[in-house]
Design a protein around this ligand. Structure first.
Ligand SMILES: [Zn+2]
Length: 243
């Protein structure tokens, strides 16, 4: 009678399994070697693409910081800090400007008057909060998106009016052209174009400006060190655009 040995059976099975595993390992190694060779073969084709992707990615990381520092503008407007209240003076019951430019601005209006030109001051200093109201309320009123609105009004924190060095001017004889491009056809504008520089006033948004629409009524003062400092960044950007 043949005695059944469960232990042997057990060992046999184990041996058989082990052999099987060995064969399996061998196959796996073959596959691995094949894959490694295949990858080595592919390397010259893959690596340039990988390298360039890596470069693009790395370039973006290193340059993103630079871009932010280099150009802080939003929709074509540069950021401006709000002037401190002590530096503001009233030139009309409802119009405040930076104290540095009061004398020059009033002299300009007086001299214009001597030439038969009647300049009207429409808007001077505007707080960032007021600019917020103007920008967002007008935007929703006119059903405009921010980019469209920014062409005719600066986003809050980005208006020259918050520096106290900006003044919107109209023609007393042509009030219908207030804040309109047609203001450029008035005697007041022609006079300003010819004479404003003598009083250190300059048109902020001229016809060459790509991002912000032409504003013949909006002038800024560059006749003091503080004013020059404030607008230096803006001038630098303008130079860059013209080059
Ligand atoms: Zn303005």
């Amino acid at each position: 009678m043949k005695k059944k040995n469960p232990i042997n059976d057990y060992i046999d099975i184990q041996v058989a399994e082990r052999r099987n595993l060995k064969e399996h390992n061998f196959k796996l190694k073959k596959y691995l070697i094949f894959i490694v060779f295949f990858l080595i073969f592919l390397l010259p084709f893959i690596s340039p693409a990988f390298k360039s992707n890596f470069k693009v990615y790395f370039f973006r990381i290193t340059n993103s910081k630079e871009t932010v520092n280099d150009d802080l503008s939003i929709l074509g407007h540069l950021p401006y800090n709000e002037i401190s209240k002590e530096k503001l003076v009233f030139i009309e019951p409802n119009i405040e400007v930076h104290i540095d430019m009061r004398k020059s601005l009033l002299k300009m209006r007086d001299d214009a008057k001597k030439n038969g030109i009647n300049l009207v001051f429409l808007s001077g200093y505007r707080s960032i909060n007021l600019q917020k109201d103007i920008f967002y309320s007008l935007k929703s009123m006119k059903n405009q998106i921010a980019a469209e609105r920014a062409k005719v009004s600066a986003p809050p924190g980005y208006s020259e009016h918050s520096t106290g060095f900006a003044i919107d001017i109209g023609d007393a004889y042509k009030r219908e052209t207030d804040f309109e491009v047609e203001f450029e056809n008035t005697d007041a504008f022609r006079w300003l174009k010819e004479n404003a520089a003598k009083y250190h006033f300059k048109l902020s948004f001229n016809k060459n400006n790509e991002n912000v629409e032409y504003e013949p009524w909006h002038w800024r003062y560059e006749g003091s060190i503080e004013a020059l400092k404030v607008f230096e960044a803006s001038n630098r950007k303008l130079k860059k655009l013209q080059n």
